[in-house]
Design a protein around this ligand. Sequence first.
Ligand code: 5GP
Length: 234
Amino acid sequence: MEKLKQIYEGKAKKLYETKDADQLIQEFKDDATAFDATKRGTILNKGVINNKLSEKIFTMLEKEGVPTHFVKRMNDRDMLVKKVRIIPVEVTIRNIVAGGMAKLLGLEEGIILKEPVLEYHYKEDKLHDPLINDYHIKALDIATDKELEAIKKYSFKINDLLRKFFDSKGLMLVDFKLEFGRHKGKVILADEISPDTCRLWDKKTKEKLDKDRFRRDLGNVEEAYQEVLRRVME
Ligand code: 5GP
């Protein structure tokens, strides 16, 4: 399958049409942005690492009954995916307080939540991806009741599966972001799952092994991504 026309360029990925109207090529870039793209940089080989990690995780999720857009990894940076219409909502699941939740509620990072917290953010950089709830989503026709039910069910299931998966690799899944799309009348998981979209802390040392190293200038960014890949591939 070859890349035809580029139809989208986002902060970390590009999308290309293929000769199959139902399939796109998702290309992973090394570009990194934070704080609504006011901070920009590159993380050496991030694209290659996130492509491999996403392949591994999507494959595991599919095996466990979560439908995803993943078809196959084609090479270092390219993944063949099903063409979806992205629902413009970022779904965040949190197991431990960090980032946006620490800021919103004035909490210390690291508090273990009694149960996972699900948040919806409207996907609009200009507005800084504002926090919204089910009522906004339904009242504004962003997604239907039925779609939201599916999104919620899959998100919690993905959390259970990912927590177990990362725990077996010596990593704590602090929080993560998901995006879903519509495909043939169904909701399926899209985008990527990687240290760009998950907070991962070493279980023993609590060292951050994710994009927070870039966001907060903690150094050893490439090394952290490499370390996650190494553990996941073991
Ligand atoms: P927070 O709301 O605390 O900033 O982010 C929660 C989790 O979702 C983190 O794991 C973070 O990496 C991920 N996340 C939230 N928004 C975005 C986004 O716009 N892009 C990416 N790559 N990840 C996000």
